[in-house]
Design a protein. Structure first.
Length: 232
């Protein structure tokens, strides 16, 4: 199906520019190497604020990066092996307006680790990418009650079968449906896909099909988030 049949959307979790108008173009550095990885320099070079496309640099564990200053960054604990306290110290040294943190299958970080970061850094907005995977219920609860917690369902929505309507774990896909239907949580959800690792167009179509009024989820919430943190 051609791209023009897709509704307008921002992709808050993307590693490549595909069909989205804007969103976060997230860098990936270090190991393991993936064919589509973009460096910090490359995502910032592709940034186009006129269409609300923002490059998001990646914070690596290397000591030299401790001086790396940028208002919006991505922390990838599973890949880099850093601890919650390492991230907390980084947030104190470089006040970030928005911190994207990977949460998928975080075997070394309990959901409470993310909650503590959000509590200890109330001036920072947190976008918990992938909404915890197996731990999704705890993350949905955080989005409901913590004013500075936002979620995307990138990757999780496809891994657990939500995108193809073939759930392989109802606890997860029901939690996605609940979050989208509960107004106090739905306003904290930004649409993301993790493309090209996961399918962008299929996820957009499914969201548009399931929601009676998908504009807030696909466009409006992202625009409110970037306004909240002063990127626009
Ligand atoms: Zn990703």
């Amino acid at each position: 199906m051609p791209a023009e049949t897709l509704p307008d959307f921002h992709d808050a979790h993307s590693h490549a520019v595909e069909h989205q108008r804007g969103g976060f173009l997230i860098a990936l550095e270090g190991e393991p190497r993936l064919p589509y990885m973009l460096s910090n320099q490359q995502v910032l070079a592709q940034e186009d604020r006129s269409r609300l496309l923002f490059g998001v640099p990646y914070v690596s564990h290397r000591g030299s990066d401790r001086s790396f200053d940028y208002p919006v960054v991505k922390y990838h604990a599973r890949r880099e092996g850093y601890s919650p306290s390492w991230v907390s110290v980084d947030l104190e040294r470089h006040p970030r307006r928005l911190a994207l943190i990977d949460t998928l299958n975080a075997i070394d970080w309990a959901p409470e680790s993310y909650l503590t970061l959000a509590r200890d850094h109330p001036q920072t907005q947190f976008l918990f990418c992938h909404a915890g995977g197996y731990d999704i219920l705890q993350f949905v609860k955080m989005a409901r009650f913590m004013p500075n917690v936002w979620l995307d369902f990138s990757a999780t929505q496809e891994i657990f079968g939500w995108v193809d309507r073939q759930s392989n774990l109802r606890a997860v896909t029901d939690a996605i449906d609940h979050a989208l239907a509960e107004p106090r949580i739905a306003r904290k959800l930004v649409f993301g896909t993790d493309n090209p690792g996961f399918r962008q167009a299929a996820a957009v179509r499914e969201a548009a099909r399931r929601l009676t009024a998908p504009h807030d989820y696909l466009v409006g919430n992202f625009e409110r988030l970037v306004a909240t943190v002063g990127l626009v």
